[in-house]
Design a protein around this ligand. Structure first.
Ligand code: SIN
Length: 525
């Protein structure tokens, strides 16, 4: 009798998870757990595009060098080279899969698709689908996934922990359905593609980003986490206190958008010769300082000089959203603020997405491959999702022996009749306030110590609430988020320098040697 095919479990429905599912499903059956609501996660909201060396006028070494410079000395050069070199083939795969990238209207263009520019890039190398690239890519991949006979989608489950066997290998996930009924999804290989940890903060560029739950679940199995202190704040989120989170793509600055303070002064040129296209850490920090010194709570991003036709052509989504919020960007500057956007740290992996836990892989924002170092360069994130999903697929296609050890039991706190339904969201809000106040763009030792103490107290308070049927998943996810926040603060406190996205007033200089930070669960008391 033919043995049953080993099963691959993929958790996460963004660009990384969907790409891996499609790349592996012809060889091994896949179960894909992804959120039911389309607004979850970050991929779908990515506007700008995907960076890759596509124009004959660009070259791989230039993209590598720009990435290393933006990463402020902390990138792993091998991971950078690997990603950049595999970029063009990954883009071609997307084109072949049917993604409708924006063509270059110029008949003399040396590459058929329009390439835009973003911060840190010395050349035009961002391929895009208007200003809604993530949506175009996700929709195309989802359509293919839905048609694939070997991909089983589960959108009815919340993953609340990973399963291990008695040999210490990852063996799938423990989930709850809407009625808090448990389901175990046992798998030979498990891949986390669950996104980053921007949801630890109050203000984010997407409505419902992850809060580091995937990173923490991996750490519970013994995975090493890396560079958690490098949380990226995108410089330009729409300042709209009454409205939903909305990103104003870096491509707006790439096409000529100017940042102005409340006196109408173009302040970025005072700080960096690259102006608005300096790497994100520098632009976000400068905007933050302008806001602290000003009175209006935001700066302006002005694109009027491009003219209405060009604005309509390049930025239809941004134009429509801003109009819906009564801001006509063809006639007035856009009020913008920095907001939490991307986690450069995550589960430490190799070039195939393997973590240090056997049979556990991580791809996309949940992973830390070494590509981004201390500051991710614009549009390198979707590139990383694609390149590492494809290399992970290659690894998972290679024949391996099947696991034989017995599953270890998975334990959750006992249910009770207690009513934490109101307190759980309150604790989540307090966690976000703490992170936004003390662990954001500018930090200091005292603030980090305060954050550490407050987060520990919040964890204790949550521990006193016994979950009930209604809030069991929310309770578990908040427990994971708070502990991930605590690990982040530990990494931030231990870094005795300012580098990239981590800026500490008490340690304003660069250390002589750039070293990544590694942390495991053992460091939490
Ligand atoms: C943007 O369009 O500015 C976001 C793209 C990215 O984060 O790389």
């Amino acid at each position: 009798m033919t043995p049953p095919q080993p099963d691959v479990l993929i958790i996460g429905g963004g660009v990384a998870g969907l790409t891996l599912a499609l790349e592996i499903a012809d060889s091994r059956p896949v179960t894909l757990v992804r959120p039911a609501q389309d607004d979850q996660g970050a991929s779908r909201w990515a506007q700008g595009g995907i960076a890759a060396v596509l124009s004959p006028d660009d070259d791989l070494d230039a993209h590598i060098n720009d990435t290393l410079v933006a990463g402020d000395g902390l990138c792993d050069p091998q991971a950078v080279r690997f990603t950049v070199e595999n970029g063009p083939a990954a883009i071609q795969w997307l084109i072949d899969t049917g993604v409708a990238f924006t063509p270059d209207p110029d008949p003399k263009a040396r590459y058929p698709y329009h390439l835009t520019r973003e911060g840190g890039h010395g050349a035009r190398r961002i391929i895009h689908a208007d200003d809604a690239t993530g949506r175009a890519v996700v929709d195309t991949l989802l359509h293919k996934v839905a048609q694939h006979p070997h991909i089983t989608q589960r959108s009815d489950l919340a993953v609340i922990g990973l399963l291990r066997d008695t040999a210490g290998h990852c063996r799938g996930a423990y989930c709850l359905d809407d009625n808090a009924q448990p389901h175990t999804l046992v798998a030979d290989d498990t891949v986390l593609a669950t996104g980053g940890a921007s949801g630890l903060y109050l203000h984010t560029t997407t409505p419902a980003p992850a809060s580091g739950e995937g990173m923490f679940m991996a750490a519970e199995l013994g995975a090493t986490l890396m560079n958690l202190e490098f949380q990226q704040f995108h410089p330009t989120c729409l300042y709209d206190p009454e409205g939903p989170a909305f990103l104003i793509s870096e491509a707006v600055r790439g096409e000529g958008g100017r940042l102005l303070n409340e006196h109408g002064h173009r302040f970025m040129l005072d700080i960096d010769p690259r102006g608005e296209l300096a790497p994100r850490d520098i632009v976000a920090r400068t905007i933050d300082a302008e806001i602290q010194h000003g009175t209006q709570g935001h700066v302006w991003l002005d694109i009027r000089h491009l003219g209405e036709t060009a604005i309509r052509h390049h930025f239809p989504t941004i134009l429509a959203h801003c109009l819906s919020r009564r801001i006509d960007i063809t006639q007035q500057p856009i009020p913008v603020v920095p907001a939490a956007h991307y986690s450069c740290g995550g589960i430490a992996t190799d070039l195939q997405g393997a973590s240090n836990v056997p049979r556990l892989y991580a791809i996309g924002e949940v992973a830390c491959t070494g590509l981004h170092g201390a500051n991710r360069m614009a549009s390198n994130s979707l590139l990383e999702c694609l390149v590492f999903a494809r290399s992970c697929a290659q690894e998972l296609r290679a024949p391996k022996s099947r696991p034989s050890a017995a599953l270890a039991p998975f334990t959750l706190p006992q249910d009770s009749n207690s009513n934490g339904n109101e307190e759980i969201p309150q604790i989540r809000q307090l966690m976000r306030q703490t992170m936004s106040q003390y662990v954001a763009i500018v930090r200091n030792d005292q603030g980090l110590d305060t954050a550490a103490a407050q987060l520990k107290a919040l964890q204790q308070r949550l521990g006193e609430i016994a979950p009930n049927t209604e809030n069991k998943a929310a309770h578990q996810q908040l427990r994971q988020a708070i502990q991930l926040a605590r690990l982040t603060v530990t990494c931030a406190r231990e870094r005795r320098e300012s580098r990239g996205l981590h800026y500490n007033l008490d340690w304003p200089d660069l250390a002589e040697r750039a070293s990544p930070s590694f942390i495991t669960l053992d460091e939490l008391d």
